[in-house]
Design a protein around this ligand. Structure first.
Ligand SMILES: Cc1cc2nc3c(=O)[nH]c(=O)nc-3n(C[C@H](O)[C@H](O)[C@H](O)COP(=O)(O)O)c2cc1C
Length: 222
């Protein structure tokens, strides 16, 4: 059974520290089992416009109507079983491009209800400061996961939220040199891969027995 883990780097730089960290996590994910496959996408080469709240998606029940590179990333996002989203810390938060991506995922609710309840995600943040807002950045990514019913996967006992890297000089080299941060990336990669495999296998087992364990819920049906 193939289990696909998608890593996305939210840095706009080439050869960035975040790219490095997400790639480390994906390498570790692959070590879990031969059935784990990975895909890496860097948003630095993508044009992803911000959501303009036009509500065309809501009115017509479609995916996002804005046409740019988002559609290509969305395809991979819909196909994957697990996610590792990484962002450089910008003002104690995710980057604008990652934020734009996260907002554009919104109408998947309408077209694929319940799709993401089977998925799991982990988070990585790379900052120029030792305590520069990595936890806040990870929280933002976790909030995104929770908004779309994606299960949040934590990291290790030492870094419960996810992987936090400190790049002292703000470069890829600096991120590579942060040994504890890299251990965190490895840990989150493995944990996401394990959890994605359990989830996929579990859902398939129930379905093979003809059981439907999905809790149906209409949006805003309180
Ligand atoms: C606009 C901007 C805001 C930033 N804000 C923070 C911050 O709040 N905290 C921090 O630790 N680093 C901050 N940084 C530094 C980057 O997080 C740091 O250089 C990081 O290593 C870049 O990762 P990358 O190589 O993956 O792009 C900021 C950088 C930029 C350009």
């Amino acid at each position: 059974m193939e289990v696909k883990i998608l890593g996305i780097s939210g840095s706009m730089r080439k050869d960035s520290g975040t790219e490095h960290a997400v790639q480390e996590a994906l390498k570790a994910a692959q070590e879990i089992d031969a059935d784990i496959t990975t895909e890496f996408i860097s948003l630095n080469s993508k044009k992803i416009n911000t959501c303009i709240h036009c509500d065309r998606c809501f009115k017509k029940g479609t995916l996002c109507a804005l046409k740019d590179d988002f559609q290509e990333v969305q395809k991979s996002f819909l196909e994957a079983d697990g996610f590792i989203l990484g962002s450089p810390v910008y003002n104690m938060n995710v980057t604008p491009v990652l934020s734009a991506f996260m907002s554009r995922v919104r109408p998947t609710y309408l077209v694929h209800p319940g799709h993401f309840t089977r998925k799991v995600g982990g988070a990585i943040a790379v900052g120029g400061g030792r305590n520069g807002g990595q936890e806040m950045t990870i929280l933002n990514i976790h909030n995104f996961y929770q908004t779309y019913e994606i299960l949040c996967c934590g990291g290790s006992l030492a870094e419960p939220a996810g992987a936090m890297l400190w790049s002292r000089d703000g470069s890829r080299e600096g991120a590579k040199n942060d040994a504890p941060g890299n251990m965190g990336a490895v840990r989150i990669g493995k944990r996401v891969a394990q959890t994605a495999a359990f989830l996929k296998f579990g859902w398939e087992c129930f379905e093979k027995e003809g059981k439907n364990i999905y809790i149906t819920q209409k949006w805003f049906d309180y």
